[in-house]
Design a binder for this molecule. Structure first.
Ligand SMILES: Nc1nc2c(ncn2[C@@H]2O[C@H](COP(=O)(O)OP(=O)(O)OP(=O)(O)O)[C@@H](O)[C@H]2O)c(=O)[nH]1
Ligand SMILES: [Mg+2]
Length: 421
């Protein structure tokens, strides 16, 4: 700088350079902060648009809308709102009675019988509705509308209106333990009970032999049935594992669903479904099924109620806690429980997710697991996000395999999630 300053006219230039250097560094700093700001904004935006969950967490919706007052519902409260089986008594409407009357008017005193028939009773239809998320709003008893009575002047009674019972997709209707209907498509209907037919008015009984019948009949009673509604979660993949294996943490990592996570067993008390979005707009639904324990098929732990949710999953992701002692025994116990609930259930297309790989003891356990099991093993850490891409890609492979199989069966393959048509 001194040297340059001796050259007269360059002195000004040097000081300008110094000022420029300062401006440049502040600009760089500014652009750094700015790009970090953009990055954070993009991450938040991606997080929001990455996946849309289907849990009934109103708190999450409120958060997305920026309403800070509403908080996430606790798992306990959610479970109270979530009902997945319900007995229901359905009584269809009775038919209206037929009328008995005679036409009479000036200069036509004996106009003959003109009693109209009664209307039919209303039937009760169970209808699958994608907007309904649980069976909580299904009442224990439904009574269909009765048909109206017939009137004079050949007036027929009005038919009773049909009553609709709206249930979530994936509802199975059972009667005395036997499945009578499986409602898996939006708008699918099942006429559970038929209304009684209306009675006949005396006009109906007019014959050549009897020109003035006074007979009319009452309407028939509506059908009556006691049915059992059972909701089975429908998802493409099911996260199956012992309590505390990290199923909920995994679902949080790959989707936008927000099941509760805590370091004690049975944190999750109801199934949560998260959607994994791919760039080509394919959506894969993944269900976090509450922890299975030894003897679950005998209704131990949270019991059979959650094994039936697994039944609906097209492929399974067995989640193992790799920091536990001998994690491969967990896999055997899980397969045993599934097979004892439904033979062959554990043989569905599957992958083994070796979770908690960030913990020190996990590495040696992984090697031992690899030597014992021939199936695909994906080592991941839900907490650090390690190897999540491989998990998401493998999930897609399983999904594509399912589509091919399904397409081969149905003659066509649709890229849509069956629940959300
Ligand atoms: N170190 C580590 N901890 C994990 C990882 N994944 C989950 N955890 C922790 O393990 C505990 C249980 O995690 P959850 O996701 O609630 O486990 P879960 O399988 O859903 O448990 P249940 O709902 O009770 O069946 C929490 O304390 C998590 O923070 C992981 O990859 N690494
Ligand atoms: Mg959980």
């Amino acid at each position: 700088m001194l040297l340059l300053s001796k050259r007269g006219g360059r002195v000004m230039h040097v000081s300008m350079l110094a000022v420029l250097a300062k401006v440049k560094s502040s600009l760089r700093l500014h652009s750094d902060v700015y790009s970090r700001h953009i990055f954070r904004r993009e991450v938040t935006r991606n997080k929001l648009s990455l996946a849309r969950n289907v849990t009934t967490s109103s708190g999450l919706c409120a958060k997305l809308r920026g309403n800070s007052k509403k908080t996430d519902l606790s798992e306990k409260k959610l479970t109270r709102c979530f009902v997945d089986h319900r007995p229901v008594k359905l009584v269809a409407g009775s038919g209206g009675k037929g009328a008995s009357s005679f036409h009479s008017e000036p200069r036509k005193e004996w106009g003959g019988p003109d009693g109209g028939n009664g209307g039919d009773g209303g039937s009760i239809i169970i209808k699958a509705n994608r907007l309904v998320k649980s069976l909580a709003q299904v009442a224990p008893v439904y009574k269909g509308e009765d048909g109206h009575s017939g009137g004079s002047k050949n007036c027929y009674g009005r038919n009773g209106n049909t009553t609709y019972v709206h249930v979530p997709l994936g509802t199975v209707v059972k009667e005395q333990g036997n499945t009578v209907m499986d409602l898996s498509q939006h708008g699918q209907e099942f006429t559970a009970v038929f209304g009684g037919s209306g009675g006949k008015g005396n006009r109906f009984f007019l014959t050549n032999e009897n020109r003035a019948p006074i007979t009319s009949t009452p309407g028939a009673q509506g059908q009556e049935r006691i049915l059992h509604l059972e909701l089975r979660t429908m998802a493409h993949a099911g996260l199956v594992g012992f309590p505390n294996a990290g199923k909920s943490s995994l679902l949080r990592a790959i989707s936008n669903a927000r099941p509760a996570v805590a370091a004690y067993p049975f944190t999750t008390l109801k199934p949560h479904v998260g959607i994994v979005d791919y760039r080509d707009h394919v959506q894969v639904a993944v269900a976090d099924i509450p922890g299975i324990v030894r003897g679950a098929h005998l209704n131990r732990g949270l019991g059979l109620s959650f094994l039936r949710h697994i039944e609906r999953c097209r492929f399974l992701l067995f989640v193992l806690d790799m920091s536990a002692q001998d994690p491969w025994t967990h896999l055997q116990h899980l397969q045993y429980e599934l097979d004892h609930y439904e033979p062959g259930l554990s043989q569905r297309p599957q992958a083994i997710i070796a979770n908690k790989m960030d913990l020190p003891e996990a590495r040696s356990n992984l090697e031992a697991l690899r030597s014992l099991v021939t199936k695909t093993i994906i080592p991941v850490s839900a907490i650090t996000g390690q190897n999540m891409e491989e998990l998401v890609l493998h999930l897609r492979e399983l999904y594509d395999g399912y589509l091919q199989e399904d397409g081969a069966k149905a003659g066509k393959a649709t890229g849509k999630y069956p629940n959300y048509e």
